[in-house]
Design a protein around this ligand. Structure first.
Ligand code: TYD
Length: 213
């Protein structure tokens, strides 16, 4: 069996940049790996991703949203993640079940036991060997995420996001913190408010410690 490593964090935490750099690092070490993402990773997953990330006109309710993320994940696990692990490779996955607990349960308020049950059903209990949590205060993360999509000048975050949205992201971050507490063995928390290279150094250290090089 290979190793299953997930990258988690709230908006603007820079995990997508870091997963690419982690891949480059493994390549330099001649370790076979696959980078994949959720929602996505399969043809069905990519179609569901389009729906989930442009959902405003569809009025998707919380339960339906949960089931769509779970549908994408079920396909992803069976079609891509499990076979790649069975091939002995390292799988680096940008978001996984923890995101559903943080966003759909802590963020949107769905019952945590329901969300866990759905996650377990979708994944048949496939749990990451290691989860890197890129932790960043909500105001810094949202500012970064905003800069990525537009060139709006430096307004304070409260002037650009509805307070409801800021509160949502605060709950998501609390959700991740609660997850770390419930499974400290699996999680490594990385301070993502620092520069790219400092963060990458931590990522390499954690990869080395689990890969055993
Ligand atoms: P993405 O463009 O991948 O954003 P990011 O770079 O922040 O990961 O979009 C994924 C979005 O979907 C992100 O807002 C988190 C959300 N999401 C959930 O709400 N639940 C989930 O189970 C997953 C996997 C993602």
């Amino acid at each position: 069996m290979g190793l299953f490593i997930t990258f988690e964090g709230s908006e603007g935490s820079g995990k997508t940049t870091q997963i690419k750099k982690a891949g480059e690092y493994l390549k330099r070490k001649n370790i076979s790996f696959l980078i994949t993402e959720e929602p996505g990773g399969t043809r069905l997953g990519n179609e569901l991703r389009k729906i989930l990330l442009n959902k405003s006109s569809l009025h998707i309710n919380g339960k339906s949203e949960l089931l769509l993320f779970a549908a994408a994940r079920a396909q992803h696990v069976e079609e891509i993640i499990r076979p790649t692990l069975e091939d002995g490779k390292v799988v680096l996955c940008d978001r996984y079940s923890d995101a559903t607990i943080a966003y759909q349960s802590f963020g949107r308020g769905l019952d945590i036991d329901d969300v866990r049950w759905i996650n377990n059903f979708a994944t048949r209990f496939l749990t990451p060997d290691l989860t890197l949590l890129f932790d960043i205060p909500v105001d810094i993360g949202l500012k970064r995420a905003m800069k990525r999509i537009s060139r709006i000048v430096d307004l304070p975050v409260e002037d650009r996001f509805e307070s409801e949205e800021i509160e949502f992201h605060k709950r998501v971050r609390e959700g991740y913190h609660a997850l770390i507490k419930s499974d400290p063995e699996r999680f490594r928390t990385i301070d993502a408010s620092r520069g790219i290279d400092d963060i990458h150094r931590d990522v390499c250290r954690y990869l080395d410690s689990i890969i055993g090089t």
